[in-house]
Every structure is written in C-alpha cells, then in structure tokens.
Design a protein around this ligand. Sequence first.
Ligand code: ATP
Length: 233
Amino acid sequence: MLEAESLHKSYAGQPAIDDLNLCVGKGEIYALLGPNGAGKTTTINCFLGFVRPDKGRVLVNGNDPALDNRRVRRSLAYIPEQISLYGWFTGVENLSYFTELAGERLSRQRCESLLIESGLEPDALNKRVSGYSKGMTQKVGIAIALAKEAQALLLDEPTSGLDPSAAYEFSRSLRALRDRGVAILLATHDLFRAKEDASRIGIMRHGRLVHELAGTELGHAELEGFYLEAIRD
Ligand code: ATP
C-alpha cells in the first residue's frame, strides 16, 4: 500500500533521505525510528506529496503523489504531532467540518458514533475542543481517518507528550484501524510503543534505513540495544 523506491531527497547538498526503500502492506503497522534529523518526517512528507523527491518515488496504492496528488490524498489520512483543530468548535463540529472539507457530509449521529469508536468519552463529544487534552485531540484525528475510510494512515510522533495510559489508548485505536486493513506508517521516538504495536520496525540514520526488524522478534531491552548500536557514529 505504501512503497518508497530508491528515494533520495537533499537540502543544500545534504541528503535528508538517501536511497530509501520500504514498503508497508495493508493491515500492517510499520514504525520508523531514528534520531533527530534522520529523515523520518521527510519520508512521511514525500508520501503526503508535501516534499518532491529528487530521485526515486513513493507510491500510495500504486499512485505517485508527485503525479496524481488528488487521488493519493483521498486514500490517505495524516495525524501530525500536534493536530490543529478549531478550539471554539466541539469534537463533533470539528469532525463534521473536516470531513465536509474532504467532500463528505456526515450526520451528527454518525459523527458521534465515529468519535465514540475512536475512544472519545460521550460527555466530551459536544464540548469545545479548546478544553481537550492532547490524547482527546488525537482521537478526533483517528475519527477523521475512520470517516475518510483512509486506506493508509501516516503519523508523525503521535504519542509524544501523551501519558502512558493515553498512549496505550491511542495505540488501541491504531490497532483497530490496522485490523480493518489500513496500512499504518508512523515516525516515533517511542521505542516501547513501537515494539508493542508495530509488526515491522525500521531504524533510520542519516537518511538511510540501516535496519529493519520484526517487532515480534525482540524484547524491549533488545530493541533499545539494537537502536543504540544502529545510530552510533
Ligand atoms: P525529528 O526526529 O527531529 O523529527 P526527522 O528524522 O524527522 O527528525 P527530518 O525532519 O526528516 O528528520 O530531517 C532530515 C534532515 O533534513 C535534517 O537534517 C533536516 O535539517 C533537513 N531538512 C528537513 N526539511 C528541511 C527543509 N525544508 N529545508 C532544509 N533542510 C531540511
């Protein structure tokens, strides 16, 4: 569903992505790890069509965002580290607004049921989002992905700043999306959640994918050891 083929991107002669190859299948969670500046966000931005590769290509369900960004956007959902919602709108109003922007009109009832499915407490549905915690805001992001029936979901450091129980709840929602067949690619510094949730883990360094591991292969301490070894200069 998500493929990067011999991907290169440089800024001022410095490679941000250097010959990256990866693929994420339907119903798979793939976690990209790596130190600051390793190229994780640039990779995600190539899939989103925000960044144009210098060489190589990315494909989303066989479509290249550099050639047909509209089609690609329809099949993707994106959850950044900080989701920007309208603080004066309620959760229901935000979901309704963003899905309408994407070309779909949902009933209030449908919005409520999607938000509840995403883990939002019923008493929060009609409260202003300005009073939501980060975990609650992320749930609205999940509901937008569900409403869009996205085939692939891209996330950039989604659990940063979440407390462990909010991060756990968030990953439950991700697993539910995975079980529906959504291909999920997330960039994260959260080794614990990567190990718990991802079927594959890629470690990036200086724009290169230096290791790829099966999440189930290792214990937490082993993954940490592997990571520290992989990013050592
Ligand atoms: P972090 O974990 O800090 O988010 P990252 O792995 O996501 O880091 P990127 O943000 O992809 O890393 O950055 C990779 C490299 O590309 C870095 O050296 C960064 O400074 C550079 N870079 C990214 N975007 C730009 C840009 N728009 N202009 C110039 N350099 C950029």
